[in-house]
Design a protein around this ligand. Structure first.
Ligand SMILES: Cc1cc2nc3c(=O)[nH]c(=O)nc-3n(C[C@H](O)[C@H](O)[C@H](O)COP(=O)(O)O)c2cc1C
Length: 180
């Protein structure tokens, strides 16, 4: 099994999402040490913004196709995902590769992969809360992975700005429930 581990936080060692992706990997590895883990740090090594020329380089898409499980750290910056992570999404959501248009509408072609996303947000965006209309991180990532045929699993550190330890503890409980 190949696990693709992706981090995007600009916060280095103090990052909540980086802590969570490490825990997710430990949890899903279980007792099976046969996995190959490929690591991509989008903050340390950012992908350039998408250009037409960039479509010629399929290395990011190839890495995605080669992975059985993808673990993504997704911090909320300005109500959505970091641009570093968006640049990665731009390289995997490709017509004819991960989705196609049919007479019945769009069809995802990346079925069968497991995607686990560790969210880290300063505030709370639960349905019905005052800020819920500003939630464009989880909703965007769910939508984009659904579009390519994948139902992502989420673990969530919410309210980091009000207390990092509590937020991490909440997410850690969710991580313990992830299937190995
Ligand atoms: C540039 C920047 C923008 C942020 N914007 C938001 C925001 O719009 N909403 C929010 O709830 N938290 C926001 N935060 C707080 C982060 O979501 C929170 O610190 C989270 O832990 C970030 O993940 P990380 O620790 O892995 O970097 C922002 C933080 C930074 C650094």
């Amino acid at each position: 099994m190949t696990i693709l581990h992706i981090d995007a936080s600009i916060n280095g060692d103090t990052s909540a999402s980086r802590q969570l992706t490490r825990s997710v990997i430990e949890q899903i590895k279980g007792s099976n040490w046969g996995e190959q883990i490929v690591y991509r740090d989008l903050a340390a090594n950012p992908l350039p913004h998408l250009t037409l020329d960039a479509f010629a380089d399929t290395s990011v898409l190839d890495e995605f196709f080669a992975a059985d499980v993808i673990v993504i750290g997704a911090p909320m910056y300005n109500f959505t995902l970091p641009t570093q992570l968006k640049a990665w999404i731009d390289r995997i959501v490709i017509a004819g590769q991960t989705f196609r248009y049919t007479e019945k509408g769009p069809e995802g072609l990346a079925k069968g992969k497991r995607v686990i996303i560790a969210l880290a947000r300063g505030g709370f965006y639960n349905e019905g809360s005052p800020a819920s209309a500003l939630e464009h991180l989880e909703s965007y990532l769910r939508g984009v992975f659904n579009f390519i045929g994948i139902e992502p699993e989420f673990v969530n550190a919410g309210g980091v700005a009000m207390g990092l330890d509590e937020a991490i503890a909440g997410a850690s409980k969710e991580i313990e429930l992830l299937a190995a």
